[in-house]
Design a protein around this ligand. Structure first.
Ligand code: SAH
Ligand code: SF4
Ligand code: F3S
Length: 485
């Protein structure tokens, strides 16, 4: 465990160890001494800022990266006017990509004012060769570029940068061993993401993730349970188990374990109150998993079940490996055993070749599945994916019309479905102060919906019963017993 490694005993003049994570602790200590020296020279602390784009995987990676930076001695800052700025990028859709370029210009200007500033880029965009070429040629002020497979090397690469003062690029084309036991700085003291697996083997034809995150690798149940026990001892009540397709968890382990079995083990951990997971693929969501959820006290009442399209024809082109009928049958099996479950989904509009009939099928599934909410995306062409080569791209105006029609149907249904808890008392994990209304806090129900209600800040991090007074679309306004009196 990392806390057992005593940084003060590290001799930074010796050769760096070859084995991990000892090697990274060596470089963390080496960088820490450089930071201390710079602080003395400048007469002020050095600050860091991480901007995270993309999904929960990236959010979790950013916590690990912040853990390393803090161990090195950087103090977290609220803005990118800092001494170390890191963008953890996403490339799932083109606009995620464009946002990064948009913000890089501003970073370049900040760096001109602060010669100590180090600028680093990591994450999924950096696994694309074209992107790295563009940064090498047009954004020379970027100091360090690393990919998705070697974020654990941040300290080593920072040290290389300080030694060479030249742009450091270290991108792996595929994953090496999973390096465990490095520091991590959680965003919330009371909840945490936990990676149960990395990568994806599904190759949905529109999706770039398998190319930038590599093949599926599962962590062992022991490693996962150990991490969760540590988190619980440190005050965590809720974990979110993370994987691109959690249903295929454990299949390639030396001793294969199903995702349902992993959940059963995690359920046994004393002190853990809530378990969430993201994302299950509909093609192999097992009855065993439905049964485990139905009988569990801790697994939250929510399944995010990405549909992508309601047309069997299009699902085939997408390489999703299920049909409209299979999906709807799965939804009824889930609802039969977990009647109160909240279902949410992801839908892509305008996949190449999408006809009006295909789109009507999507609307049909939306009406039948009755989602609590849905994330809708306009299809984005990702270079290197099979769908990008299709000559049947749907014209923009048709895509936008369909997108608006879909949103209207989703909103109508989800407003109806979401209000089913009105005038009931539900348990809420309080997460933060309500940013918009002083005196209110914001918490999350087990079905993942947000509730705003009057309470003191001291309620943050606690699970408390809240009376849900009024549903306002995607959230509730509530009261606690105390505020009812
Ligand atoms: N592994 C998850 C999804 C990860 S990406 C799953 O299989 O469900 C998150 C969502 O982004 C996807 O569900 C999909 O709806 C969307 N997405 C992925 N690639 C896209 C693309 N090229 N254009 C538009 N949306 C896309
Ligand atoms: Fe992408 Fe499909 Fe893998 Fe999800 S399952 S990450 S959509 S390839
Ligand atoms: Fe984006 Fe990478 Fe996640 S592409 S959605 S950050 S896995």
């Amino acid at each position: 465990m990392y806390s057992e490694i005593d940084l003060n005993k590290t001799d930074i003049n010796a050769e760096p160890p070859m084995e991990e994570p000892a090697r990274q602790y060596f470089f963390i200590e080496k960088c820490r001494q450089s930071v201390m020296k710079m602080q003395e020279d400048l007469g002020r602390p050095l600050t860091c800022f991480i901007q995270t784009f993309g999904c929960q995987m990236n959010a979790r990676d950013s916590e690990k990266l912040l853990g390393i930076l803090q161990k090195i001695g950087y103090i977290p800052a609220d803005s990118q006017d800092a001494d170390f700025v890191l963008y953890n990028t996403c490339t799932v859709r083109e606009n995620a990509n464009l946002r990064v370029y948009g913000r890089l210009g501003e970073l370049g200007r900040l760096k001109q004012k602060n010669p100590h500033m180090v600028i680093a880029l990591c994450g999924c965009m950096m696994q694309e060769q074209e992107v790295v070429k563009k940064i090498q040629s047009s954004y020379r002020f970027v100091d360090i570029i690393l990919g998705t497979f070697n974020i654990f090397m941040l300290a080593e690469l920072l040290d290389t940068y300080w030694q060479t003062k030249d742009q450091v690029i270290n991108i792996w084309r595929e994953s090496g061993d999973i390096v465990e036991d490095l520091p991590s700085q959680r965003k919330y003291p009371f909840k945490s993401g936990v990676n149960i697996m990395y990568g994806c083997n599904n190759f949905c034809s529109y999706c770039i993730v398998p190319y930038v995150r590599g093949r599926e690798r599962s962590r062992t149940p022991d490693e996962i349970e150990c991490e969760i026990r540590r988190l619980v001892a440190d005050g965590v009540l809720e974990v979110m188990l993370l994987g691109q397709n959690v249903n295929s968890y454990g299949k390639n382990l030396e001793n294969p374990v199903s995702f349902a079995q992993l959940l059963r083990n995690i359920e046994q951990i004393d002190g853990l109150e809530r378990i969430r997971f993201m994302t299950p693929h509909p093609k192999d969501l097992s009855d065993e998993l439905i049964d485990v959820m139905a009988s569990s006290e801790k697994i939250c009442n929510h399944i995010h079940l990405p549909l992508q399209s309601g047309s069997s024809r299009l699902l085939k082109c997408m390489n999703r490996k299920y049909t409209k009928e299979h999906y709807l049958d799965l939804v009824s099996r889930i609802r039969e055993k977990i009647p109160d479950v909240s279902l949410t989904t992801d839908i892509i509009v305008g996949f190449p070749g999408e006809s009006e009939e295909d789109f009507e099928d999507t609307l049909d599934v939306v009406r039948k599945a009755k989602y609590d909410s849905a994330y809708t995306f306009i299809y984005s062409r990702r270079t290197g994916t099979p769908a990008a080569a299709s000559t049947e791209q749907v014209p923009d105006d048709i895509v936008h019309q369909r997108f608006d029609r879909l949103l209207a149907v989703i909103n109508e249904i989800s407003h109806e479905v979401s209000r089913r808890y009105e005038k009931t008392v539900q348990k809420v994990l309080v997460e933060c102060k309500d940013e918009h209304s002083p005196g209110l806090v914001t918490g999350r129900m087990t079905n993942n919906m947000l509730v705003h209600f009057p309470a003191d800040e001291s309620a943050i991090g606690q699970i408390i019963p809240v009376y849900l007074e009024e549903c306002r679309g995607f959230y509730y306004m509530g009261r606690t017993k105390l505020s009812l009196n």
